[in-house]
Design a protein around this ligand. Structure first.
Ligand SMILES: Cc1cc2nc3c(=O)[nH]c(=O)nc-3n(C[C@H](O)[C@H](O)[C@H](O)COP(=O)(O)O)c2cc1C
Ligand code: SF4
Ligand code: SF4
Length: 397
């Protein structure tokens, strides 16, 4: 088997997916918004305006400015917050401020999102129309937990009132804007919240995975497995290693707030490092193995399901029996280079581990058939998509 070298057409097909120019390296878009890479500046009220973004995040795939207060009530609340020492953006002309901030950023190659708080749906909708006109994203702040804001029924209070949040999302989406919803983990049940936000029609979930000790990566993973929303993972990212922890749990993008205050180059550095990671591996957010805490995409790296391990719970979540899983993987690899694997643990690379896990058995097969790690990873990525496209039930928890 191993002496068979890849035929030219399958080699060309795989290569088309990976030998891309830098501007095509990531296939990241949501509606009319597209992102040059999966690294974002996260919003910090009173700090992240257009000027700050230009100084710190020119290389970012997404810049989230704000949070801006859209009405009299939230601006008055912000005044009271600033009196007790918080930085806030305060204005008597909120819509004009949005216009001028977006205008200042029009020449950047990064996508722009505007994080906002308001009391009434009408103000969110007016802001959405302005943002839409600039091909930017509106981000609904369902995250702020300052009492001056939550007392108005805005910010985090929205996640405690799902009917209102749902109605708000639906009305904002009527404007045609690409909508992100920013929430904090573990305020209410995470996966129910994520599913509700998805079902209401939002496009992006910006998930502050705040846990008791830094980022709650399990919460991020569970949310990934519960929705198809474009997922931005956020909290405590200070370097590529912490970013990779979130990529490995299914974050499509990561964002950074406080880290930029400590290191103003952090967002740019992460954008460059993630771009290099994508070029080196072909799958910047490849999942960790399931038994290492990865999300359901990691089924692509799972062994033949013959022992007691995490694969069985994962299969239950997607409503598939081990037998069906075996048939599905075999069916996928047939006719692809992954069908080979004499000498590997289970006789086919259908069952082989992530390329980053050193293994001379797999690598000697790859050498023999002339398949690089990137090409191998690209096929595993396609297999992950195939498995999840065939899942029979959507996990809720
Ligand atoms: C000073 C400050 C202001 C913030 N303002 C906002 C805001 O207006 N809207 C919002 O959604 N999140 C806001 N956040 C939350 C951040 O966007 C982010 O979710 C949180 O800080 C965790 O990410 P980090 O660990 O990278 O800082 C703020 C955070 C800080 C530190
Ligand atoms: S099948 Fe293998 S990779 Fe998957 S969870 Fe079990 S031991 Fe880990
Ligand atoms: S041969 Fe290596 S890569 Fe393949 S399943 Fe065994 S340990 Fe994993």
């Amino acid at each position: 088997m191993h002496e068979r070298i890849l035929n030219e057409s399958s080699r060309t097909e795989i290569k088309q997916g990976i030998t891309m120019r830098d501007d095509q390296l990531f296939d990241l878009s949501v509606g009319y918004a597209s992102f040059k890479n999966p690294v974002a500046l996260a919003p910090m009220a009173g700090i992240t305006d257009a000027e700050f973004a230009k100084k710190t995040a020119q290389a970012a795939g997404l810049i989230v400015i704000g949070g801006y207060n859209l009405d009299y009530e939230t601006n008055e609340a912000a005044k009271r917050m600033s009196e007790r020492g918080r930085k806030e953006f305060i204005t008597e002309e909120p819509m004009e401020l949005l216009e001028s901030e977006l205008e200042k950023l029009r020449d950047l190659e990064s996508a722009i999102a505007v994080n906002v708080r308001a009391v009434s749906a009408e103000d969110y909708m007016q802001a959405a129309l302005i943002v839409r006109k600039h091909n930017a994203i509106l981000e609904l702040d369902a995250h702020c937990r300052q009492p001056e804001i939550t007392d108005l029924g805005a910010g985090e209070e929205l996640v405690h009132d799902p009917d209102r949040l749902k109605n708000l999302i639906q009305r904002i989406k009527m404007t045609g804007v690409v909508l992100s919803v920013k929430v904090r983990a573990n305020v209410v049940e995470n996966t129910h919240l994520a599913r509700m936000i998805e079902e209401s029609g939002a496009d992006i979930l910006h998930f502050d995975a705040m846990g008791t000790y830094g980022a709650d990566l399990r919460a991020l993973r569970d949310v990934r497995d519960a929705t198809n929303l474009f997922l931005i993972g956020n909290n405590s990212i200070r370097d590529l290693e912490s970013a990779k922890e979130m990529y490995g749990r299914g974050a499509d993008m990561i964002s950074v707030a406080r880290g930029v205050l400590e290191n103003p180059e952090l967002v740019n550095e992460l954008a460059i490092a993630t771009t290099a990671l994508q070029r080196q591996t072909g799958w910047y957010n490849a999942p960790k193995h399931l038994c290492g805490g990865g999300d359901l995409r990691a089924l692509t790296f799972c062994c033949l399901p013959v022992k007691h391990c995490a694969v069985h719970d994962a299969l239950k979540k997607i409503g598939m029996t081990p037998k069906e899983f075996v048939e599905l993987k075999i069916n996928f690899v047939n006719g692809t280079p992954l069908q080979y694997g004499d000498g590997t643990c289970f006789g086919s690379m259908a069952w082989c581990c992530k390329a980053s896990k050193p293994c001379f058995l797999r690598d000697s097969v790859l050498d023999t058939i002339g398949l690089s790690h990137i090409e191998y990873t690209e096929l595993k990525k396609r297999m992950a998509e195939y498995i999840l496209a065939k899942r029979k039930s959507k996990p809720l928890r």
